[in-house]
Design a protein around this ligand. Sequence first.
Ligand code: F0G
Length: 429
Amino acid sequence: MVIKLKCVDCGREFEPFVVRYMCDCGGTLDVVHDLNVLRKIDLKRLFDERWGTRQKPYNSGVWRYKELIFPVEEQYIVSKPEGNTNLYEAGKAGEYAGLKNFLLKHEGENPTCSFKDRGMTCGITAAHRMGAKIVACASTGNTSASMAAYAACAGMIGIVFIPEGKIAYGKLTQALAYGGKTLQIKGDFDDAMTLVQEVCDKLNIYLLNSINPYRIEGQKAIGFEILQQLNWEVPDWFILPGGNLGNNTALSKGLMELYELGIITRKPRIAVIQATGANPLYKMWKNKTPYQRVPNAETIATAIKIGNPVSWKKSLRGIEWSNGVVEEVTDQEIMDAKAWVDASGIGAEPASCATVAGAKKLVEKGIMHPEEKVVGILTGHLLKDPDATVNYHKSALQERGIASHFANAPVQIESTLEAVKKQISSLIS
Ligand code: F0G
């Protein structure tokens, strides 16, 4: 095998196919590729040749990059396929952020409508390779939706741990519909995460949170696919939301590897955006203080309502490598930015729109420049959280202290031509 697992803290190495997510010292694990072997392959050419193929598994926007993600025997691969998502011009959302060169990568266009599918195809494939029959995850919703779907495809039992009453409806719908055994924990995501780690340890169940190093490998493909869409030209910035901090860890790990292989020759900067009520990485970054969890994390962007992210250390490594930044945005800023992402005809769930709110803030602070080329990652589909959207447009979020500055409220009218004409004329005038 040309991969191994390595502890990010003490450097101890492990064989790739042992069920292990952490080192005995408590450090998280990386999948390490043998870059000397990879240097002998013209990877860029190989990836470009596979672009647009109908052949499985290379028709997937993850397995297209198999050599640099997970060089596993093909018969174990479980793929729907995932990826191949659009990179949009940001339109009105770009104007709102104050950026002239803003692209939005819509990861809500994955099979279960979030970026999680990219990591999940690798996580489930690893589970398959190791002969696991039962898999589990704690989730703010998207991971559970994705895992339930992939477990169903692989014929495995999927158990999801979710914080009771705190995940968006679209995501709960998916976990139930795909047949995931759904356990609602009395507590928040951080409690669910602690519990699922203990359960997996004691009950011989394979853990599919992003603490699983194979999940991170799959998520690297977001960055690879963006670069390929840009003809391998590196943008000035990548900007994305941060919750459990797996996604930005993956993005930077992939970019570091491309850089070491000489496939890219310039480092982009990475901006990670957290919600103000769930901002442990931001606090640490801003105040230059040691890591401290945020108890009782709170934000309308339930996907990133996380106070104790498992990948904070790996995440920081990537931000430092890229001369990146961490920023925070309020729920008001998230929902206003979302109104513009949605009104651009793109649409995304609240957590995703932290990306655009964060870009606007970084431009205002003079950290990001209006002419710079910026790629924002939209992590989940608009329909994941219909309640947040409808309540914003109906001005029903005051209780949470959120004003609906850009509401597009539904209007009740008589069923007459006159009434319709009046409404339309107010649109045109
Ligand atoms: N955006 C969305 C839509 C998410 O679902 C998540 C994480 C994130 C951003 C943050 O990504 O955790 O890698 O920093 N959702 C996880 C879940 C935690 O359980 O679905 P991250």
